[in-house]
Design a protein around this ligand. Structure first.
Ligand SMILES: [Zn+2]
Length: 276
């Protein structure tokens, strides 16, 4: 394989050639939803790959994908402490109320972006069929204003530094994209607690949520990268193809997957302006 940019030679990012095609294939599938113009762009990229055996990061660094990482309307969007939602008061245009059913308790009448809602309903059915009980939706889409209120509540409850680990400032929460959900299985206990990760349901989610297009976004080992403590209940919809690649390659954070810098803390220029 030819030498690529030194920036991308960290071992975690050295994917094998099969992944090049797998990832490119995934992008092809994902893009089909966005029209023929985009599709031909990807076909051109694929041809380039075949000719040059360029590593997967060239796709990852395509302008099309990089733009989507910033776009809160895209399932590829990456929101973290360095990446405020733009515009910060963004509201998803495709929110739907998640179905309240035999396998999914949405008695709180919460909403998600339409694709994430469908995926969650599908996952709840599978979780229930696997004998893990009924999924409860604790939190889903949150508006900017609601997040601001929630964050201030955490500051009052835990103090500022602990609140920063437990909650996001308004404009920096994945929940505002309509793509993140907090889930629990009340009959197994540990709802919205780290010990949820040790329950069979929590383990099932860790092992299987990718099949439905979700990732567990904040792991025990990734606080230094994400800036958040372990949240085995917080799942983020990224679409099935990305979730599968993420899973198959043992990725632990979206930052790692997309080759973005770690975001353990807010950038100093933004710390105070967004806390209210
Ligand atoms: Zn959450």
């Amino acid at each position: 394989m030819p030498q690529s940019t030194p920036l991308y030679r960290r071992p975690a990012f050295v994917f094998g050639p099969p992944l090049v095609m797998a990832f490119a294939g995934a992008i092809l599938i994902l893009q089909s939803a966005f029209g023929a113009g985009q599709l031909s762009l990807v076909q051109t990229k694929l041809n380039e790959l075949k000719e040059t055996k360029t590593p997967v990061f060239s796709i990852r660094n395509s302008d099309w994908i990089r733009a989507k990482l910033d776009d809160p309307n895209s399932v590829f969007v990456v929101v973290n402490k360095h990446r405020q939602i733009n515009p910060k008061s963004f509201e998803p245009g495709d929110l739907v109320r998640v179905e309240d059913s035999k396998t999914l308790d949405n008695s709180r009448k919460l909403a998600l972006s339409v694709a994430a809602a469908g995926a969650l309903e599908e996952m709840a059915k599978a979780l229930s069929a696997a004998g893990q009980g009924k999924l409860f939706l604790n939190s889903a889409y949150r508006s900017y204003d609601y997040q601001a209120e929630l964050f201030l509540g955490k500051v009052k409850q835990y103090g500022k530094s602990e609140a920063l680990l437990r909650s996001a400032r308004a404009g920096y929460s994945e929940h505002q994209t309509g793509l993140a959900a907090d889930v629990s299985v009340p009959e197994q206990g540990c709802a919205i607690l780290a010990c949820f990760g040790e329950t069979p349901a929590g383990q099932w989610i860790q092992e299987n949520s990718w099949r439905y297009g979700f990732i567990v976004r904040y792991l025990e080992s990734t606080t230094a990268i994400t800036g958040y403590s372990y949240e085995p209940w917080h799942i983020r919809y990224v679409g099935k193809e990305v979730a599968r690649l993420y899973h198959e390659n043992g990725m632990q954070t979206l930052e790692e997957f997309w080759g973005l810098p770690a975001a353990p803390d807010y950038l100093s220029a933004t710390t105070e302006s967004t806390s209210n």
